[in-house]
Design a protein around this ligand. Structure first.
Ligand SMILES: [Zn+2]
Ligand SMILES: [Zn+2]
Ligand SMILES: [Zn+2]
Length: 439
């Protein structure tokens, strides 16, 4: 990419990148398939680093960080895994289904189409094959990326209607649940195939509420793509995330503490009153199964809270629902990560034979279990120290030492006292902790 110095002055907008008009870009990959020479404002995808025309991506430019339509389309369903490095993994439409520039009032009727040409064969034609072709569609509304078909329209594969989309009868009732369309091997042809995505606009026979809903919903830019996805079973995905989306405990701690401080800031903007602030509660129970401790605590990479969910249960639940909504913030948790920091703490609690009732974290990051056990963290491992027994152990010394004793009450967060943790020390010796915390 050729970029002048003056151009960098324009790059300040969030993580997005504007490219001056007339700039020659070599990494342009836009849904419009236009030539690399551009005459409009450009924006760069934070994920794949390809560049798009701002005018082509609807409201997506509002996303922070900005992600291009292909990247959004690729990660819509973790159980239908799309490997972006695989050639032609996402065959996004040669054009967008064009925006409705005019309002429905002035242009009430019309059909807009998008044609996708692709070739099929090999494993796509095997009904038991792992790789499947399916059609995904998103609306570039600048909010969360979720699968969304046009309100009215059809999918026509090789001249045959394979799917019809209709306006829900009760527009104020439940939202229509849109799911990707699987291209079945018997619908496909060996060799070239053609998919027409048709969007229909007609106001005939629609009630006033439906018209209003249409005006709201049918604005916007849609992108359709034929996607080469690898179908995973929930057990395969659980294993994959548990093994590969597992930061080191140290890295996980850093991220956890970021979420903690964000939550403290949200709870109380007054930074000065450190002491009076109640400690945050760290939930350890599976949100889907209250009373049960999470086995593998995990969260979505867009989650900003400290609450986790159990990885296996979240994936198994979504095997049928395919919503991927975080139970705490309702954001789409398409990309999951194991909270190895809390996982390590939970392991230690179990190993110590403690029945957890309440886990808290104070502003300094000190974790306390049941108001009694302070969780000391060092080099990826936790050890639990019973504060009450420690106080008892110190008690007599203080009385004997009188006014000359320099002992001070141990403060939470500074538990570097040489006094060995009573009770739990023997448990630790009997069951040595796994090394490295990566198990
Ligand atoms: Zn474009
Ligand atoms: Zn991208
Ligand atoms: Zn969340």
């Amino acid at each position: 990419m050729r970029m002048g110095k003056s151009m960098f002055a324009q790059l300040a907008r969030a993580s997005n990148m504007a490219v001056q008009s007339g700039t020659i870009v070599t990494n342009l990959r836009c849904v419009c398939s236009s030539s690399p020479s551009v005459n409009s404002e450009m924006i760069q995808c934070a994920r794949c680093r390809f560049i798009q025309h701002s005018v082509c991506i609807g409201e997506s430019r509002k996303l922070v960080p900005y992600e291009c339509p292909r990247c959004l389309l690729a990660r819509l369903d973790p159980l239908m895994f799309v490997d972006p490095t695989r050639e032609n993994a996402v065959r996004a439409g040669p054009t967008l289904i064009p925006t409705f520039e005019a309002s429905f009032a002035s242009q009430p009727v019309g059909v807009q189409i998008c044609i996708l040409s692709f070739s099929a064969g090999g494993e796509f034609m095997d009904p038991r094959g792992k790789h499947r072709l399916h059609v995904r569609c998103i609306r570039l509304d600048g909010k969360s990326a979720e699968h969304c078909w046009p309100l009215m329209g059809q999918l026509i594969l090789n001249g045959r209607v394979v799917e019809t989309f209709q306006v829900p009868k009760d527009v104020h009732g439940h939202k229509r649940k849109d799911v990707p369309h699987f291209l079945k091997p018997d619908e496909l042809r060996h060799g070239p195939n053609q998919l027409v995505v048709q969007r229909t606009r007609t106001l005939a026979g629609l009630s006033e509420p439906q018209r209003q809903a249409l005006r709201v919903d049918e604005q916007g830019v849609y992108v359709v793509a034929v996607v080469d996805a690898e179908s995973l079973t929930s057990e395969e995905l659980i294993r994959k995330v548990a093994e590969t989306c597992r930061p080191t405990v140290e890295e996980s701690k850093r991220k956890f503490m970021q979420r903690v401080s964000r939550q403290y800031q949200a709870a109380n903007s007054d930074e000065d009153c450190l002491c009076e602030e109640p400690a945050l509660e760290v939930p350890f129970a599976d949100p889907y199964l209250p009373g049960t401790m999470m086995q593998i605590p995990a969260y979505g990479n867009t989650c900003k809270h400290i609450q986790d969910f159990d990885l296996a249960r979240f994936i198994r639940m979504n095997e049928h629902m395919r919503q991927w909504k975080c139970p705490h913030c309702s954001e789409r948790a398409y990309e999951l990560e194991v909270d190895t920091y809390l996982e390590q703490l939970f392991k230690e609690i179990k190993r110590a034979g403690i029945e957890p009732e309440k886990i808290t974290i104070d502003k300094a990051g000190v974790l306390t279990v049941n108001g009694r056990y302070v969780a000391n963290y060092k080099d990826g491992m936790f050890s639990l120290v019973n504060q009450e027994q420690r106080k008892l152990a110190f008690g007599p010394r203080r009385r004997q030492g009188g006014a000359h004793e320099s002992y001070r009450e141990p403060k939470a967060g500074t538990c570097q006292s040489p006094v060995p943790p009573p009770v739990l020390a023997s448990a630790a010796a009997a069951f040595p902790a796994p090394r490295g915390g990566q198990g």
